[in-house]
Ligand binder design. Sequence first.
Ligand code: NAP
Length: 256
Amino acid sequence: MELKGKTVLVTGATAGIGRETAKMFAEKGCNLILTGRRENRLAELKSELENAGRIKVSIHSFDISDRAACEKFVSGIPAEFRNIDILVNNAGVGRGMDKLHEGNLDDWEEMIDTNVKGLLYITRMIVPGMVKQNSGHIINVGSIAGQEVYPGGNIYCASKHAVHAISQALRMELVDTPLRVTEIAPGMVETEFSVVRFHGDRERADNVYKGLDPLTGADIADLIVFAASRPPHVQINEVIVMPTAQATATIAHRKN
Ligand code: NAP
């Protein structure tokens, strides 16, 4: 499917996978609606992408876990960006690796409110427009944590299992429309994810990727753009992708 001229909404575009996804859709000639909380990063990305090509970028800084903020965002999307062709539900967070019985409730609430409720708010507010225009593609960034579990992953895994369930339900419910639903479920991707997960402990974050070649944000962006660019009759339901040196959420081969 030709992507040039399409309008793409990417949540969590200030870093990692979302930022690379925004760049790759911009290279394809798409106009972009980009969100995240860090306004300065959104502004920098907007000027970088607009200067590089003849595309338009609309930026919106808000907390996706705040329902009223999501409503304000959606009602404030400029008229020329209102026909959204592709929604990339990417914003998400991991917090902590505590055992469940020792867990931090603030961490739990942030993960559930961002990864599950934030994704639901945006989906509920954007998909009706896609149904009305009789076209659209929803691409959810899940995780292998939505396919398996691992010790210390409890609530993050639960939130990503929810993304998996939501993606499957949405696909069933939209089967009588031309809309497509894709879930991308990555293993280890080196982004700001682990630094955020360990509350800024860079050494602990670096250890996650030590001794192996992790995926990059661009690797995932590539798959997202690939799924979006298939012909309209092709729906990529799920992609599970890991570094070559990773086999499951708990098995990885590390060089010394
Ligand atoms: P990242 O570099 O930390 O980026 C996360 C993005 O989400 C940022 O743009 C962040 O923006 C946004 N975000 C987080 N909380 C938000 C909130 N409350 N409101 C609005 N935006 C929020 O991590 P990443 O690896 O690219 O993560 C992207 C997605 O991939 C997540 O859903 C994550 O669960 C998933 N994933 C990551 C990995 C991995 O190994 N990295 C593996 C599987 C799946 P602001 O901070 O500016 O708000």
